[in-house]
Design a protein around this ligand. Structure first.
Ligand code: ATP
Ligand code: MG
Length: 345
């Protein structure tokens, strides 16, 4: 695949699985021979640590890219033959304030990405849990957005605001931006709530009209089940495929990588075959069948492009009315950051 795709994983809610997904999806894609650059745009540096690059040891990182114009290629650290990371550090926490008078401060990452030809197939950006300047930089630089979501009570709270922010960035500074998909993380299929949230998201996405950046967004068929190995592996600086390759967590991220590649039209015949075999094996597994596994359809068939026909409706109405489940006004914190974001765009 020659055309580099840049994908921002965003959600202003904390602890929904953004970093876990960037780390493990990046590793799974890299294991399939795709050249992947993971960018840690969060001052917490969790992605940097998860990928085994020690935060603080790097002399350059995303902070220098944003504040000093350091080239991404100079800041990237090699993790494996096909996986690289641009590390974060605590300095990044001050970047929003340091950059306050910088003209075009929401385009700094986009400018660095455009400044050189990078040898990657995919750039995955891990964002902090806010819709502030750092996330805006990711949105300004990205081709696509993936929204990790934890299907619990109020999971969709703030979802409308999030999409509204994406739409705003798309209108004002990044025409190519679109929402690629929503991925459910820490999924517990036994709960009624998980099913309800799933229905609500599908309903919500169906109501975007063709002018919205989420008109063709897809709810990934792969669900990332709650799995303790996924929570353990960051402290060893390992991704799940290295830490516990037989775990449900590893299996789920393998499926997600396959679905991601199929949706991008980037699957080789060999991969498609291997994927079909593992799906068949999975569905024929003896009892008790994994409820999550049974929901995972072969991406090769599930993924021939978003099939939804968006119903006509106004973007604003859609952004504000996710199936009656979301009251963004009840989330003053999220609303506040969006307001801040708006003034910056
Ligand atoms: N599928 C899962 N099963 C079990 N634990 C998980 C799973 N996914 C993530 N976790 C754990 O849940 C916590 C939050 O996940 P993660 O750090 O990926 O969320 P985040 O959205 O990046 O959080 P933040 O907003 O703080 O950056 C972490 O401790 C992580 O190890
Ligand atoms: Mg995170």
């Amino acid at each position: 695949m020659s055309l580099m795709r840049t994908i921002a994983l965003i959600n202003q809610k904390g602890g929904v699985g953004k970093t876990t997904t960037v780390a493990n999806l990046s590793a799974a894609l890299a294991a399939r021979g795709r050249r992947v650059l993971a960018i840690d745009l969060d001052p917490q540096s969790h992605l940097t640590l998860h990928l085994g690059a020690e935060a603080g040891t790097a002399t350059t990182g995303i902070y220098h890219v944003l504040t000093e114009g350091t080239a991404l290629s100079a800041a990237a650290m090699k993790i494996s033959e096909t996986l690289w990371v641009v590390p974060s550090s605590i300095d990044l926490a001050g970047a929003e304030i340091e950059l306050v008078s910088t003209v075009g401060r929401e385009q700094l990452l986009a400018d660095r990405l455009a400044a050189e030809t990078l040898p990657f197939d995919y750039v995955l950006i891990d964002c902090p849990p806010s819709l502030g300047l750092l996330t805006l930089n990711a949105l300004a630089a990205a081709d696509e957005v993936i929204i990790p979501l934890q299907p619990h009570f109020l999971a969709l709270q703030g979802f409308g605001k999030l999409l509204e922010t994406v739409a705003l960035v798309q209108r004002r500074i990044n025409r190519k931006l679109r929402v690629f998909g929503v991925v459910l993380c820490m999924y517990e299929s036994a709960t009624r709530l998980a099913g309800e949230v799933t229905d609500d998201i599908e309903e919500f996405l169906r109501h975007g009209d063709s002018s919205t950046p989420w008109a063709r967004a897809k709810l990934f068929e792969t669900r990332i089940r709650r799995n303790v190995k996924l929570a353990e592996c960051p402290s060893f600086g390992k991704t799940i495929n290295a830490y516990a390759p037989q775990s449900n967590g590893a299996v789920d991220y393998e499926f997600l990588a396959d679905e991601f590649l199929a949706l991008h039209g980037d699957m080789t015949d060999t991969e498609a075959h291997a994927q079909a075999v593992s799906t068949a094996r999975k569905s024929s597994e003896a009892a008790p069948p994994s409820p999550a596994a049974s929901q995972q359809q072969p991406p090769a068939t599930a993924a021939k492009g978003p099939a939804k026909t968006p119903k006509p409706s106004s973007p604003a109405a859609a952004a504000n009315a996710p199936a009656g489940t979301t009251d963004v006004k009840a989330d003053p914190q999220a609303a506040g950051v969006v307001a801040e974001g708006k003034s910056q765009v």
